[in-house]
Ligand binder design. Structure first.
Ligand SMILES: Cc1ncc(COP(=O)(O)O)c(C=O)c1O
Length: 440
């Protein structure tokens, strides 16, 4: 038997500097509302709503109660050829929030699974209509679509792709990303410059012939690469080019759905309607893992046909529509409605934007970006050590200021609660300023 040197050895942590973390673990023992409790008993303010997940706060009593009741009454139900009421009810509820034309919801367990499901649905749709030649998929540089092979292939974050380069799925191209500090630094919400970058899709359609392209997938606001709102007119242009060539438009709304940009979906906020929407995170407020793919009726109907006794789409997960996740999701939808959560997020957006942009003149700050309740303070990298300043700031926030602030390289990302208290939010930014002042 392997003897572990420390109790932290065995768990190989995701997207974490494991060895550095385990030297001095940042451990959480509890959560309530807008705060975590750390192992030493201190209260830690969460500036990231979990991991973009927990917009209404942690351990919301209505969600806790729904989960407790569900796990005690129906803990699991076979997902294939069997069903339970709550999965149907949640699907109906979520479809009801989606833009007109959306009719169906396929449940997954994560954002990564939602993305791979969406890509497969796009391919199945074209094939069902006799256009099986449409196999090419288009993503975008700096896009994050999870870590499974499909999502990684259409994604555009280099370190996530580098090691697996030779095994990425074939037939994928990328649009250029829209982050250009020379033109766009310190824009509030959508930058004015950059809509022309959507013409990359037209170029690819000319190169491959549009009739060979199945789908293009983008995050309406790129999240993980550091909050990159779409330039004014960019998403509209993508939609127009897709329509011209019969290409499906997929919005990856794993972050932007469920109030993060003040509406149920980014599609609604931008007024650009995709054919497929992927979600996860806010679907259950992060309480139980669950994702969902929403599709327009014509996509569902093209695939769901043929002999009635046959499975129409050979795809699904053991935990698709899991009863405990579905119960959590239904309670979350109630909280969104009853507490006017999306309206609260809308009201907070200008306050958040003003506080965030007050960092614009700091000597260590090279850009500030925001959209909805998504924000980024980009610090200048330290000479010869990109990422070091950001990680140090993250650790200082935790140990010195009792704050969780996410860093992506040297960028500090903010994802405040959709029902944040303005005073608490303001105080958290005062602490962030002290940290930025004091890091080397
Ligand atoms: C836009 C987007 N897509 C997909 C994912 C992957 O989600 P998960 O980590 O649940 O697999 C994420 C995660 O942050 C995301 O932001």
């Amino acid at each position: 038997m392997h003897a572990a040197a420390s109790k932290f050895d065995a768990y190989w942590m995701p997207f974490t500097a494991n060895r550095d973390f385990k030297k001095n673990p940042r451990l959480i023992t509890g959560a309530k509302g807008h705060y975590y409790t750390a192992a030493d008993g201190s209260r830690i303010y969460d500036t990231f709503s979990g991991l973009w997940t927990s917009g209404v706060g942690h351990c919301h009593p209505k969600i806790v109660e729904a989960v407790q009741q569900q796990v005690a009454s129906l803990d699991y139900c076979m997902a294939f050829q069997m069903g339970h009421e709550k999965a149907f009810a949640l699907a109906e509820r979520v479809v009801g929030l989606a833009p007109d034309g959306f009719s169906n919801c396929f449940f997954t367990n994560s954002g990564s699974e939602s993305v791979d499901t969406a890509l497969k649905i796009a391919l199945a749709y074209h094939r069902a209509r006799g256009e099986g030649n449409r196999t090419r998929l288009i993503g975008r540089e700096k896009g994050y679509h999870g870590v499974n092979f499909g999502g990684m292939s259409v994604g555009g974050i280099v370190p996530n792709r580098k090691v697996f380069s030779a095994n990425l799925i074939p037939g994928v191209d990328h649009l250029r990303h829209t982050l250009d500090l020379e033109h766009n630094a310190f824009s509030r919400k959508q930058p004015e410059w950059g809509a022309h970058l959507a013409d990359d899709l037209e170029r690819l359609a000319q190169l491959h012939d549009g009739s060979n392209i199945a789908a293009v997938i983008v995050e309406p606001v790129a999240g993980s690469a550091g909050i990159i709102p779409p330039p004014v007119g960019y998403l509209e242009k993508l939609r127009e080019i897709c329509d011209r060539h019969g290409i499906l438009l997929i919005f990856d709304e794993v972050i932007t759905a469920f109030g993060r940009v003040g509406k149920a979906f980014g599609a609604e906020r931008f007024g650009v309607i995709p054919d497929i929407i992927t979600t996860a995170k806010g679907l259950t407020n992060g309480v139980v893992p669950m994702g969902a793919v929403l599709v327009q009726k014509h996509i569902h109907d093209a695939i769901v046909q043929g002999p009635e006794h046959m499975i129409e789409l050979f795809h699904g997960y053991t935990y698709s529509g899991h009863p405990v996740a579905a119960a959590a999701g239904l309670a979350v939808m109630d909280v969104y409605d009853d507490e006017g959560i999306f309206e609260q997020a809308t009201a907070l957006e200008p306050i958040f934007e003003d506080i965030l942009h007050s960092f614009a003149d700091h000597e260590k700050v090279i850009d500030v970006r925001n959209f909805g309740l998504m924000g980024m303070i980009d610090l200048a990298p330290r000479e010869g050590a990109p990422g070091a300043r950001g990680l140090e700031a993250h650790k200082k926030c935790f140990w010195d200021e009792h704050l969780i602030v996410r860093n992506g390289m040297d960028g500090l990302q903010l994802s405040p609660f959709l029902n944040s208290d303005v005073d608490e939010m303001q105080k958290s930014f005062e602490a962030i300023r002290r940290v930025i002042d004091s890091v080397d």
